[in-house]
Write a protein that binds this ligand. Structure first.
Ligand code: ADE
Ligand code: ZN
Length: 330
């Protein structure tokens, strides 16, 4: 039995595997600048977050219809089920699709159809989080948010992602205030490449309920104290951090220091089709690098469930699955 976990930091578009990129391009008559699957694969070497984002945004042009989004969501959920995921709070980037002329309703209904089918087929519960691009003007995010509210689109929360350095959370203070007023749950990427000041802003100005990545918090002891006191969830993605050069190697990843400090961390996959593995591979990477014992592994899984936006009753049920896993291991 795989360790049961909640996946709280995965971008749907980051689950687009190279084979599916080629298939969808063929189906939709999209000309890609790659000669072959191998040529595409040869480009998966990144030197920074931006070098990844350039390829990531270029590839998602193959997603054209609601059915494409449904197919991608279902393919992800099948893989997630095999890696122990019991609940997912899925990110997607609406601007990556509306900027290409797709209708918001098409994108959301396509993803929702996949999530509903995945719940039936694989027993994975879900929430859906629309992430705003921090490299685009906050006014564009606000327009999109107003549309989400006005047309009553089926979204549980909002997030903030894309290029980090130079685009601080403070730019989105009003957007997040509006989202909170309208009942959305709120999360933001912060402290992936940029420093602790971005995490402070995410907490104080955006009033986030989880911080995505957050690994740079260790540069600021006062911030660590605050995050520990509030038990603020940090959704850490080890393979992403290595592949995007936020850390040099898995052996020097700050996870052990984060655990030692009493931070509320859990392990996630970010963009698994690009970074060499889904949630199970991310867990395996840190378990092997740091020799994490089964109690620590169970704690990471519990942290993932307590950090979800589920009701208390659902959390209790999922937490019991971790106890069952642990008893079977002992
Ligand atoms: N979008 C997809 N993956 C991302 C990451 N790791 N950081 C910021 N934005 C992203
Ligand atoms: Zn991310």
């Amino acid at each position: 039995m795989k360790l049961p976990v909640a996946e709280l930091h995965v971008h749907l578009e980051g689950t687009l595997e190279p084979e599916m990129i080629m298939e969808l391009a063929h189906k939709n008559g999209i000309a890609l600048p790659y000669e072959s699957l191998d040529d595409l694969r040869s480009r998966y070497e990144f030197t920074s977050l931006q070098s990844f984002l350039d390829l990531f945004y270029a590839n998602m042009v193959v997603l054209c219809t609601a059915e494409d989004f449904t197919e991608l969501t279902l393919a992800y959920l099948e893989r997630a089920a095999a890696s122990g995921v019991r609940h997912v709070e899925l990110f997607f980037d609406p601007q990556a699709h509306t900027s290409r002329g797709l209708a918001l309703g098409e994108v959301i209904s396509g993803i929702r159809a996949g999530l509903a089918e995945g719940q039936t087929r694989f027993g994975i519960s879900h929430q859906l989080i629309a992430c705003f691009w921090r490299h685009a003007p906050a006014s564009e995010a606000m327009e999109l948010l107003i549309e989400l509210v006005r047309d009553d689109h089926d979204i549980d929360g909002i997030g903030l992602d894309s290029s980090e350095v130079g685009f601080p959370p403070e730019l989105f203070t009003e957007v997040f205030a509006y989202a909170r007023e309208h009942g959305f749950r709120v999360v933001a990427h912060a402290g992936e490449e940029a420093g602790p000041d971005y995490i402070w802003q995410a907490l104080d100005l955006l009033k986030v309920e989880r911080v995505d990545h957050g690994i740079r918090c260790l540069d600021d002891p006062q911030l660590v104290k605050r995050l520990v006191a509030e038990q603020m969830p940090l959704t850490v993605c080890p393979l992403s951090n290595v592949r995007l050069r936020a850390v040099d190697t898995i052996e020097v990843h700050p996870l052990p220091h984060m655990l030692e400090a009493g931070l509320n961390v859990s392990i996630h996959s970010d963009d698994p089709a690009y970074f060499g593995g889904y949630l199970d591979a991310n867990l395996a990477a840190v378990v092997n690098a740091f020799n994490l014992d089964i109690d620590t592994q169970a704690q990471l899984a519990r942290n993932s469930f307590t950090a979800t936006f589920l009701e208390a009753e659902a959390k209790v049920k999922l937490l019991a699955e971790v106890d069952t896993w642990l008893s079977a291991k002992k």
